[in-house]
Design a protein. Structure first.
Length: 290
C-alpha cells in the first residue's frame, strides 16, 4: 500500500527559492522603488559635493532685477558628471545586491536596497575623477578633459565674481538713491525705511547665495586637486600645469571672491541704515575706491 505522504504539502515544502522570472519581476519593481526613494538622496549630493545652489526668488518690481537674475543663473558645470557617477553607483549597487540575494536564496528586494545604498555612497565618494575614468580615456585625453574643465571652472569663478560685483553696486546705488530722495523730502521717512528694508533683505539673500557658491567652489577645488594629483602620479601630459592651476590659480580666485563677499556684507550693515546716512555715504565711497 502506497503512502499518501508525497501528496501532502507542508509549509516547508512550498517555500521554494524564487525562480528567475520572479526575481526579475521583483527587481524591476525594486528599481522603480529605489529610483524614487533615492531621489532625495541624489538631491542631497549637492550639499556634499557642490551640486546646485539655492534659487533666488525674482521680484518684477526690483530695480536690480536683471543683475539679480544674472547672479542667480551662475553656472555649475560639474553637476551632471557627479550626479551621473552617483546614479551609476546607485544602479550598479542595486544589481549586485539583488543578484547576490537571488544566488543565496535571500530577499531580492532587501539585497537590492542595501546594494543601492552602498552604490550611491560609493558613486558620491568617487565623484568627478572616477566619472571621467569610467569613460576609459587614455591619459592624454583625460588630461585634456581635466584641463578643459579647470579652465571652465576658472571662467565660471570670474563670471560669478563679476556678476556679484555688478549686483552689489546696484544694491548700494539703490540705497544711496533712496536716502537722497528722503533728504530731498521727495519720500517720507517711513517709505524710505520700507524701501531700504527691501534692498537690505534682497541683498542678504544674495550674500547667502554668494556664500553657497563659495562653498561649491571649494568642493570643486578639492575634486580638481584630486584629479590633478592622479594625473601627475600617472605621468599624464601637462600634469604639472594642471596641478598648478588646481592648487594655485583656482584657490586664489575663490579667495578673492570670498573676500569681496565678506567686505560687501560688512558694508551692507551701514549702507541700508537710514539712521547713519553720513557714515553710510563715506563707507560706500571708500568701498568703490577699493
Amino acid at each position: 500500500m502506497q503512502s499518501e505522504a508525497p501528496h501532502r504539502r507542508t509549509g516547508r515544502q512550498t517555500m521554494r527559492p524564487p525562480g528567475l522570472s520572479s526575481c526579475l519581476r521583483q527587481f524591476g519593481c525594486l528599481l522603480l522603488t529605489i529610483s524614487l526613494t533615492n531621489c532625495a538622496q541624489l538631491d542631497n549630493v549637492g550639499a556634499q559635493l557642490g551640486i546646485g545652489t539655492q534659487v533666488l526668488t525674482m521680484y518684477p518690481g526690483d530695480a536690480c532685477y536683471r543683475e539679480r537674475g544674472a547672479f542667480n543663473n551662475s553656472p555649475n558645470f560639474m553637476t551632471q558628471r557627479i550626479v551621473t557617477s552617483a546614479a551609476a553607483g546607485l544602479a550598479g549597487g542595486a544589481v549586485v545586491g539583488a543578484g547576490t540575494a537571488a544566488a543565496t536564496h535571500g530577499n531580492v528586494g532587501e539585497g537590492a536596497l542595501i546594494g543601492a545604498a552602498a552604490g550611491l555612497a560609493g558613486g558620491i565618494f568617487v565623484g568627478y575623477m572616477s566619472a571621467l575614468q569610467q569613460e576609459h580615456l587614455d591619459q592624454a585625453t583625460l588630461a585634456r578633459r581635466v584641463n578643459s574643465d579647470i579652465t571652465t571652472e576658472s571662467r565660471n569663478i570670474d563670471r560669478i565674481t563679476a556678476t556679484f560685483a555688478t549686483l552689489r553696486e546696484c544694491r548700494f546705488a539703490q540705497a544711496t538713491r533712496i536716502k537722497q530722495q528722503e533728504r530731498a523730502r521727495r519720500i517720507d521717512v517711513a517709505t524710505a525705511r520700507q524701501e531700504l528694508a527691501f534692498q537690505r533683505d534682497r541683498f542678504a539673500e544674495e550674500i547667502a547665495l554668494a556664500r553657497g557658491y563659495n562653498v561649491n567652489m571649494g568642493k570643486h577645488e578639492d575634486q580638481f586637486q584630486d584629479a590633478a594629483t592622479t594625473l601627475r602620479k600617472n605621468n599624464a601630459p601637462n600634469a604639472s600645469q594642471i596641478q598648478r592651476v588646481a592648487t594655485e590659480t583656482i584657490p586664489e580666485k575663490r579667495s578673492g571672491f570670498d573676500n569681496s563677499v565678506e567686505v560687501a556684507d560688512s558694508k551692507a550693515k551701514v549702507a541700508f541704515n537710514l539712521d547713519d546716512d553720513t557714515k553710510s555715504t563715506e563707507n560706500l565711497s571708500s568701498f568703490r575706491r577699493a
